[in-house]
Design a protein around this ligand. Structure first.
Ligand SMILES: [Fe+2]
Length: 364
C-alpha cells in the first residue's frame, strides 16, 4: 500500500518482503531511503535497521509502527532511525517525514565532505610545513658548514678538532644519559666553540711561540666574542652558552667568569674534558701529540680539579676505542658529512654516529 501511495506521489520505490531481500536490493541498487515495517516477515525491522546503519550509514531510515508500538519506534530512533511513521499511513505525513530525513542525510553528507576536505587540507598544509622545515634545516646546515669552514681556515693547525670534539662530546653525553633531547645543542656548541677566534688578530692566533700577558687576555676574549656572535641567531642561541663557558674549569681556574663545579653548564663541563683531551692528542706546531694513554692519565689526574668528576667517569666509561675510531675517521671524512649529512641531523647521538658506520658499532 505504501509503495502504491509513494509511487502515486511521484516517489520511485521498490518493495522487499523481508530483511534478506531488502539487503540484497540495497547491495544491487542505489537507494536514498528505507522505510521498514517493524515486522519484516520472520525478522524484526530493528534487525534491518542495524544492518543498514552498519553497511549503508548514509541511507535515510524510517520505521513504520502501529500505535501500540510507539515505544519501539522511539527505540528505533535511538538505534539510528531518522524517524518513525504511525500506521495507518497518511501520505502527507509520510512525505514530510521522508523529506526531513533526506534533508538531514544530505546535511550529514555535506558535513562529512567538509570534514574530509579539512583533513586533506590539514594533510596538505602539514606536507608544506615539513617541506619548509626541511628547507630551513638545509639552510641551517649550510650556515653551520660555512661557519665551520671559516673557523678551520683561520685555525688551520687544529683542523678536524671541531669535528672530533663534536662527536666525542656527544658520546660522553650519551654515556651520562638524560640529555637525548639536547644533543643537537651540544653538537652545535662543540662545532662552533672557537668561532670567536675569527675576531682574534692573526699575530696572536697564529703566533708560534708563547703569548705574553696582554696577548693572552686578547686570546681569551674569543669566548665572549663567540658568544656575542652566536646568541642573536635563533637556531644557535641555545649553543651560545657552551661557547661562552667552554674554557671554564671545575676548580674555578677557567675563564671568562671563573665558574666552579655545577655552576658550569653541563655541556661545557663535558666539552672541557673532550677539548683538553683532543688538544693533548693532536700535533701542534710547537709540540707533538701525546700518546692516548698519557692524555687519559692527565684527564684522570684532573678529576675533581680541572674536570667535573661525573664527566671524567663518563669519559672512561666510553672507552679508548670510541676515541680512536672518531680520531681515525676525522682523517678521512669531511666535516660536511657529519654536520650536514641528512640536513642538520644533530638531533641524536645515534643520528650522528650512524653517519659513521663503524662508530655505530661502538654506540651499540
Ligand atoms: Fe676555545
Amino acid at each position: 500500500m505504501l509503495t502504491t501511495l509513494l509511487s502515486q506521489a511521484g516517489v520511485p520505490c521498490s518493495a522487499a518482503a523481508n530483511v534478506g531481500e531488502a539487503l540484497t536490493m540495497l547491495e544491487k541498487t542505489v537507494f536514498q531511503a528505507v522505510i521498514s515495517d517493524l515486522r519484516m516477515g520472520a525478522t524484526s525491522g530493528l534487525e534491518l535497521l542495524r544492518e543498514v546503519r552498519a553497511h549503508f550509514p548514509r541511507l535515510a531510515f524510517l520505521m513504520a509502527t502501529g500505535v501500540d508500538d510507539v515505544r519501539v519506534g522511539v527505540q528505533a530512533m535511538k538505534l539510528g532511525a531518522d524517524d518513525y511513521l504511525l500506521k495507518p499511513f497518511d501520505i502527507d505525513v509520510v512525505l514530510a517525514s521522508l523529506q526531513r530525513a533526506l534533508e538531514r542525510k544530505q546535511l550529514e553528507r555535506e558535513v562529512e565532505n567538509y570534514r574530509q576536505h579539512l583533513e586533506e587540507m590539514v594533510c596538505q598544509r602539514t606536507q608544506q610545513l615539513q617541506a619548509a622545515m626541511t628547507e630551513l634545516e638545509h639552510s641551517h646546515s649550510a650556515t653551520l658548514e660555512a661557519l665551520g669552514s671559516a673557523i678551520d681556515l683561520r685555525d688551520g693547525p687544529t683542523a678536524g678538532h671541531s669535528r672530533r670534539v663534536l662527536l666525542y662530546s656527544v658520546k660522553i653525553a650519551e654515556a651520562i644519559g638524560g640529555m637525548e633531547d639536547q644533543l643537537k645543542t651540544l653538537g652545535m656548541g662543540a662545532w662552533l666553540h672557537d668561532i670567536g677566534k675569527l675576531a682574534i688578530p692573526d699575530s696572536i692566533l697564529l703566533k708560534p711561540g708563547a703569548l705574553n700577558e696582554q696577548e693572552r687576555q686578547i686570546m681569551e676574549r674569543h669566548v665572549e666574542l663567540g658568544y656575542d656572535l652566536v646568541k642573536g641567531i635563533p637556531f644557535l642561541a641555545d649553543a651560545a652558552g657552551i661557547i661562552l663557558a667552554h674554557h671554564e674549569r671545575h676548580n674555578g681556574s677557567g675563564y671568562p667568569r671563573g665558574l666552579r663545579g655545577k655552576d658550569i653548564p653541563m655541556f661545557a663541563r663535558i666539552f672541557a674534558v673532550v677539548d683538553s683531551f683532543d688538544a693533548m692528542t693532536s700535533d701542534r706546531p710547537f709540540r707533538s701529540a701525546l700518546p692516548v694513554h698519557t692524555a687519559r692519565s692527565v684527564v684522570d689526574a684532573g678529576r675533581g680539579e680541572l674536570f667535573d668528576p661525573e664527566t671524567v667517569d663518563a669519559f672512561f666509561a666510553v672507552g679508548e676505542d670510541a676515541w680512536k675510531l672518531i680520531s681515525a675517521d676525522s682523517q678521512t671524512t669531511s666535516t660536511h658529512k657529519i654536520i650536514c649529512g641528512n640536513g642538520l641531523t644533530l638531533t641524536s647521538a645515534r643520528a650522528l654516529t650512524s653517519q659513521v658506520p663503524h662508530l655505530e658499532k661502538v654506540a651499540n
